[in-house]
Design a protein around this ligand. Structure first.
Ligand SMILES: C[S@@+](CC[C@H](N)C(=O)[O-])C[C@H]1O[C@@H](n2cnc3c(N)ncnc32)[C@H](O)[C@@H]1O
Length: 415
């Protein structure tokens, strides 16, 4: 810890803490504006900013408000693994006395939502769903995620990539469930790595990989990735189809679809058709009704399952925002379902922990669409030889599975 690092982290927090923009975007801007910061200083700043965001509510309770320097010092002392003595040369005398009290303070008298670092509305909902498991789940969501890779089965296999990474001195192991996944212990920058540039690997959480494997598209099929974004799952689906058949990648965001194009080029896929749509009711969607074997709906959601990577989401989401998302999710699911042929399969997925975005959307859809039935996710995983015990839905979380939290339901059109 140096005075420069503390100063830089305080300035970065001042940019991030208004929480008007996603924290990763605000932090990237801070780093662009401060090109002279070295690699170690950047790591310190990023860890401190994300650490404060993870524990913002309890830190505010301890500091009596949102003073950036105080929040930072409190996080460093309580969660940053620093001994109090290390602060002595870095802070003023009065500050040191205050920090000593903050480090020793107990949170027992605070409301549970403060102790668990959640806004009240989110705590109420998660408590109702997860009950006694909630502290363990939040503990896992408050730890940084590992770096997962997915190998591209079109041009390599997992054993070859694992061997190469291990030869380079990286601690890499096969992920437990996805047959295409590799988990790295550290977080090397891979954008310039030959394996990445030649399309042999992509960065993708194991949970995300499992969603593609649940859809299980086959060679020659007509498949649609309805909310394709920058195509993380599109590329997996295309590879599972061995680059045959046709894979439509829809999204309402031109920027995200544009980011898909260079990734497609690297991956060697030639069966993907990116398609910008104005909304789920776009005439392009209507023209393709009844033509698809498989549809993935990776719905826009609160992202609460990704708090390991985006801890700011818990402070930036609101109840009103959740209600808007729920209406959008129901509408997208209904529109995407019209694409399926009889016998076709749809996977509805989110990276949300909230019942309202998950089971409730699927249950309401099934009640209104008797021509669809739920296929137990556990049975689909078994058929795919993925040894992951699940019942009706796929429900992953970092405490139980080491992945981001994902929800998925498999629906089949019966008529
Ligand atoms: C969870 S993200 C998708 C992530 C992507 N599937 C991946 O694996 O990288 C949800 C996406 O839904 C898109 N979206 C929002 N509203 C939509 C709509 N009405 N129709 C289609 N896509 C929509 C967003 O632009 C966003 O890219």
């Amino acid at each position: 810890m140096t005075p420069t690092q503390i100063d830089a982290a305080r300035s970065a927090l001042a940019m991030v803490l208004p929480l008007r923009h996603p924290a990763d975007a605000a932090l990237s801007r801070f780093f662009r504006d401060h090109p002279k910061l070295g690699a170690r200083d950047r790591t310190f700043v990023a860890e401190a900013v994300y650490g404060v965001l993870r524990h913002l509510r309890s830190l505010e309770a301890l500091c009596g408000g949102r003073n950036g320097r105080q929040l930072l010092l409190a996080w460093l002392a309580r969660h940053g693994g620093h001994n109090l003595r290390e602060f002595e040369p870095l802070v003023r005398e009065g500050e040191f006395k205050w920090l000593k009290e903050v480090k020793a303070a107990k949170l027992d008298d605070q409301p549970v939502a403060v102790q668990l670092d959640l806004p009240d509305w989110l705590h109420e909902r998660l408590q109702a769903t997860y009950g006694a498991r909630l502290p363990e789940l939040l503990g896992a969501l408050n730890r940084p995620a590992p770096l997962d890779l997915r190998v591209n089965p079109l041009n390599t296999d997992r054993a070859a990539v694992l061997a190469q990474l291990q030869d380079e001195g990286l601690t890499a192991e096969a992920t437990p469930w996805s047959p295409l996944g590799i988990r790295l212990k550290d977080k090397p920058a891979l954008q310039k790595h030959p394996l990445f540039l030649s399309g042999q690997i992509e960065v993708q959480d194991e949970g995300s990989q499992l969603l593609g494997l649940l859809l299980a598209p086959k060679r020659g099929e007509m498949v649609c990735d309805f909310c394709a974004g920058a195509g993380g799952k599109t590329m997996l689906l295309g590879a599972l189809m061995r680059s045959t058949g046709r894979l439509y990648a829809f999204d309402v965001s031109e920027k995200r679809l544009n980011n898909l194009k260079p990734r497609l080029k690297r991956s060697g896929l030639s069966n993907v058709q990116p398609q910008l749509i104005a909304s789920e009711r776009d005439s392009k969607v209507k023209r393709l009704a009844g033509k698809f074997d498989r549809v993935l709906v990776d719905a826009p959601c609160s992202g609460t399952g990704t708090l390991r990577r985006n801890p700011d989401l818990k402070w930036r989401q609101t109840e009103a925002g959740l209600a808007e998302l729920n209406a959008k999710q129901a509408s997208i699911l209904a529109a995407a379902a019209t694409l399926l042929k009889p016998g076709g399969r749809l996977v509805y997925a989110t990276c949300s922990l909230l019942r309202e975005e998950n089971e409730a959307i699927v249950e309401a859809f099934l009640a209104a669409h008797p021509e669809f039935k739920l296929v137990p996710a556990g049975a689909v995983l078994t058929a795919q030889q993925i040894p992951l015990a699940m019942a009706d839905y796929l429900q992953l979380d970092p405490a139980a599975h080491g992945t981001d939290a994902f929800f998925a339901a498999v629906l089949e059109r019966t008529a």
